[in-house]
Design a protein around this ligand. Structure first.
Ligand SMILES: [Zn+2]
Length: 401
């Protein structure tokens, strides 16, 4: 997974103004009642099959949704219907992590649809896909185009949230329009967009393409990389046995303290180790998925465990797991010390998660802070205290600057 350079922000045209002007112009045309032709803001009727496909998608039945959308994306259908089907195909691709395919479908949808709320949906999902691919500025442009024409309140909040969080992470000013519309919404399913890209705190000088002046981005982002579930060939979660995550408000750190046989696998081959743990959780324990949201192997690699859109199973019971992000370092830290790469990765991950979810350092716990257990081991517990302390101090520096 390559890290993508962020383009310098001033190159982005003020599309908000342009699209606002454009929609003003359209409303003037409609109010003026120019001729008998239907207004350009057509509300397309959505075929019942597509409504069904959307419900299947919401329920996590991606393959069923995909096959319905695909059957409606054929040349004999009207352009508007094909456009809606392409939006569906794009969302299915997004849901299964196929970002390039999502961009292709959604770009096609955009070309098939006339102005209106369906086109705005195409912009919204295309914006998300572009952010996920690392094309930050193009993604922001799509979201700004989407925002004024989205009718659905949840979708408007999503667009505003994506814009606000992304600009925050870039250290750029956020227009009040978006910040207000985002309110205190929380969409944990977007977390990985910013985790792969950014943690605040370092100064980076970006080299722009030739002919464009170099731009210095202050407080911009040190990149951290999270290895997605697909990298260890995770099985899909059993969606009936997981519950959606509520707003993340705390983080709990664990050690895995495995049996000797599996402990050595964790060092030798983390991918295979993760599959074994997932099999154990979903098989013997009958859970919906692996319990932790992130795991860190001895070589310092950070692995995506349970998707953060689902509540974890790590702290001990439902009320302890609520809004609680679970991170496990692979090893037994009553007996040994975590490696320096593990400690470094834990520090970066905690900093990034705390920034993205606005979690105060005082809400970062070792498992034993929450219940009677030796987890995460005496050596890791004392290191964690130092990391939290450091986060506290860097937060104070930022505020007083
Ligand atoms: Zn624990």
């Amino acid at each position: 997974m390559g890290a993508h350079p962020l383009l310098p922000a001033p190159m982005r045209p003020p599309l908000v103004q342009i699209s606002l002007l454009f929609s003003l112009l359209i409303s003037v045309l409609i109010i003026g009642g120019c001729g008998q032709t239907p207004s350009p803001r057509t509300i397309y009727p959505t075929p019942a099959a597509l409504v069904q496909a959307n419900s299947a998608l919401e329920a996590g039945n991606i393959e069923r949704a995909r096959s319905i959308f695909a059957s409606w994306e054929s040349p004999e259908k009207a352009a508007s219907v094909r456009g809606m089907a392409r939006i569906g195909l794009g969302r299915c691709a997004l849901a299964s992590g196929q970002i390039e395919a999502a961009i292709r479908h959604l770009d096609m949808a955009r070309k098939l649809l006339g102005p209106g709320t369906q086109l705005a949906r195409a912009h919204l999902y295309l914006g998300e896909a572009l952010l996920r691919s690392g094309s930050t500025n193009s993604g922001l442009n799509q979201l700004e185009k989407a925002y004024p024409s989205l009718l659905d309140a949840d979708n408007r909040r999503r667009a505003a949230y994506l814009i606000t969080r992304t600009l925050d992470q870039l250290g750029e000013a956020v227009p009040a329009l978006y910040r207000n519309a985002a309110g205190n919404a929380s969409f944990p399913e977007y977390t990985s967009i910013w985790l792969r890209d950014v943690t605040p705190g370092t100064t980076v000088v970006e080299t722009a393409p030739t002919g464009v002046p170099r731009v210095t981005v202050r407080n911009a982002p040190k990149r951290i990389q999270v290895h997605k579930r697909s990298s260890w060939r995770a099985s899909p979660p059993r969606t009936r046995r997981v519950v959606p995550m509520t707003r993340p408000s705390r983080i709990t750190v664990h050690h895995t303290a495995d049996q000797p046989a599996i402990a050595s696998l964790g060092i030798r081959n983390p991918e295979q180790y993760l599959r074994r743990i997932q099999d154990y959780c979903t098989g013997s324990l009958n859970w919906g998925d692996i319990g932790y949201h992130y795991l860190i192997s001895a070589d310092g690699r950070i692995w995506e465990g349970r998707s953060i859109q689902y509540q974890g199973a790590h702290a001990g019971n439902n009320s302890l797991n609520r809004g609680n992000i679970g991170i496990a370092l692979i090893g037994n830290f009553d007996r040994e010390h975590p490696t320096s790469s593990q400690v470094e990765s834990l520090g970066s991950l905690l900093g990034a998660l705390a920034a993205v979810h606005e979690i105060r350092p005082s809400r970062i716990y070792g498992h034993k802070d929450l219940r009677d257990t030796g987890c995460p081991g005496k050596h890791l517990q004392s290191i964690l205290a130092r990391l939290v302390d450091r986060l506290n101090r860097s937060g104070q520096t930022r505020r007083t600057r």
